[in-house]
Each structure stands twice: as C-alpha cells, then as structure tokens.
Write a protein that binds this ligand. Structure first.
Ligand code: GLU
Length: 317
C-alpha cells in the first residue's frame, strides 16, 4: 500500500502491486491483438505476445508486472528526452522553429509542411523531432553521447543502449523521414546536414529500455522537473509543465484526443509498443506490448492505461 498526495484529494491509498496484477490479468486477452510495426524491418521480429508494466512513485518505489524488465525499442518516446535537451539549450526560442498544436494527421505526414513553410506543428511528430534533433546537435559536440548519458542518468541504469541494428534498419528504409528532413531543410529550418540530423534521430529512436527504465526515467516530469533521487533540477518546473501539456495534446499520434478521453494522462507512445504516462505530482507509469492499433499506439498498452486510470482514480481530469 502507498500513501500518495492525490491532487484535489487527501492521502489516497493505492495498492499498486495489486492493481498491476489485476490489469495484467484483465488485458491478457488483448495482448497480441493489433499489428507489430513492420515498416522498420528490425522491429517486425519482436514477438507480439509480450506485456509489461511498471509504476514509479515519487517516493522512490517501483512496481512491476509481466515483462517489465525486458528492454524494447522505445522509438518515438525518445522524442520527449530530446525535447527536454533542446528546451534546455534553446529555451523559448525553440518555439520559433516548431509549433505546439496537434497536427491532426499522421506522425510522418508531409502535407502541412508545405503550407506552414517548414515549421512542424509540434515537436512530437517526426518533422518536429527532426528540428529538435537539429537543436541538440548544434548545442553538443557529441550529441548522441550526451543524450545517452542523460537517459542513463534519468533511468538510473548505465546499461541503457542505442541498438545500432535498429538504427541501421531504420536508416536503410527511412525514405519518408529523409523526405521530411529534406523538406524542412529546404525552408531553412535545419542548420545541420540532413544526414547528421537523421543519424541522430534514428539513434535516439533506437534506445532500448524496459518499462522499469522508462518509468524511472520520466519521474522528473511528474516531479516538477526534479530528479527524485538527488532532488536536483533536471529542467524548470515551468518547462516540465509545458512538456506534459504537449504530451497530453500531441503524444499519442492522431489519437491524442481519444487517449485523453479514455485515459486522461499526459503520455507518449512509440511504434515499438511502449507508452509512458505521467501523473503530475504522483507517479509515472510505463507499459509495453508490441502489437499496435490502427493509429500506432500499443493496443493492449492503451487498454492497460485506461484500466490504470480507472482503478487508481488518478486521471488528471
Ligand atoms: N523511428 C520511427 C519513425 O520515425 C519512430 C516512429 C514512432 O515511434 O512514432 O518512423
């Protein structure tokens, strides 16, 4: 049992271990339903029958169920880490180069970029993540190492890696990302060569982390920008709030409205089947199940988060 400071309510007791066990049993029939992402060939080999979930509370405890310790390709979840580094480097000037509105179209769509003159709608779609990657590259001599060190420290796990095979597999087939980055560059919204931007982007997407790693790593966003272990500031409370807002409105592809409706947490998903969600001032929760629904979110993972919100009563709404 744990005692949490529930916003709006005093001291709600939540038995996270029991809730995770219950969710694991309830979503079992959904695990494997949907499709494992195959457009990155290396991801197509991941077994669809996996399910893991982990909760990290702000008092430093971790609860896990199923395959919560198994590392997987976090893909677009990495966009939140890079955004954190870019905001740290550039501050509000980042918003001159990327917007803060949901796109209403697919994460890898080219259509809006033409009329909006190379300014991507938000930092969590691919074109926006390319601009963010460009900022991280410009502000660090070894951007890849810098990101990896940041993620390892956040996750408190020096064993986190970027899977070179996944990055290579995506580079070999990443024609649409190449088109997006070239298009953005044609409007002057990338400073670094497209190849370098894409190389960094494919490597950030190839970060391999478990649900336990992810739950720990994102605690700073639930903890007003502070590391739970050291108490040190990772980013300001104001920026943590903004990142949470972007996750809520833009973090789950073109289903962010539906996700807010069903679940009610800021969240970011990836095509590797991971979803991480933030409950500000309370906890983080990460879930993984590789088979995706038609919008690209983990089918069993989204159902598990919906049940988690219902069983804990922690939806932000
Ligand atoms: N690396 C993937 C891509 O650019 C990330 C997609 C995702 O997880 O949303 O297509």
């Amino acid at each position: 049992m744990s005692l949490v400071d529930h916003p709006g309510r005093q001291h709600v007791h939540i038995d996270h271990a029991a809730i995770l066990r219950q969710i694991h049993a309830e979503v079992a029939p959904l695990v494997g339903q949907g499709k494992v992402a195959a457009y990155i060939p290396r991801l197509a080999d991941v077994p669809a029958n996996r399910f893991g979930m982990a909760v990290a509370t702000l008092d430093g405890r971790l609860f896990e169920v199923g395959d919560a310790a198994e590392p997987f390709s976090i893909q677009s979840i990495s966009k939140v880490f890079s955004l954190t580094l870019a905001l740290e480097a550039l501050g509000p000037d980042l918003w001159k180069r990327v917007g803060r509105e949901p796109s209403g179209s697919a994460f890898n769509s080219l259509v809006q970029l033409e009329s909006e003159k190379g300014i991507p709608r938000n930092p969590l779609i691919n074109a926006g993540a390319h601009v963010v990657a460009d900022v991280v590259l410009s502000s660090n001599r070894n951007a890849r190492e810098h990101l990896l060190a940041f993620v390892r420290e956040r996750a408190d796990n020096p064993g986190v890696i970027m899977d070179a095979e996944v990055a290579g597999s995506e580079r070999d087939t990443g024609f649409r990302n190449a088109a997006l980055a070239n298009f953005v560059r044609s409007f002057g919204n990338l400073d670094n060569p497209v190849e370098q931007v894409l190389d960094f982007y494919f490597h950030q997407c190839a970060l391999q982390m478990s649900c336990a790693d992810l739950a720990r790593a994102f605690v700073y966003l639930a903890n007003r920008g502070r590391c739970q272990r050291s108490g040190k500031s990772v980013i300001s409370a104001g920026l943590a709030k903004r990142i949470n807002a972007l996750m809520l409105t833009c973090g789950t592809y073109d289903a962010a409205g539906e996700f807010a409706f069903r679940v009610g947490f800021p969240a970011k998903s990836g095509v590797g089947g991971g979803i991480v969600a933030i409950v500000p001032n309370v906890l983080t929760v990460a879930v993984w199940s590789p088979a995706l629904d038609d919008k690209g979110n983990s089918l069993a993972g989204a159902a598990a988060l919906e049940r988690f919100a219902a069983l804990t009563g922690l939806s932000i709404f």
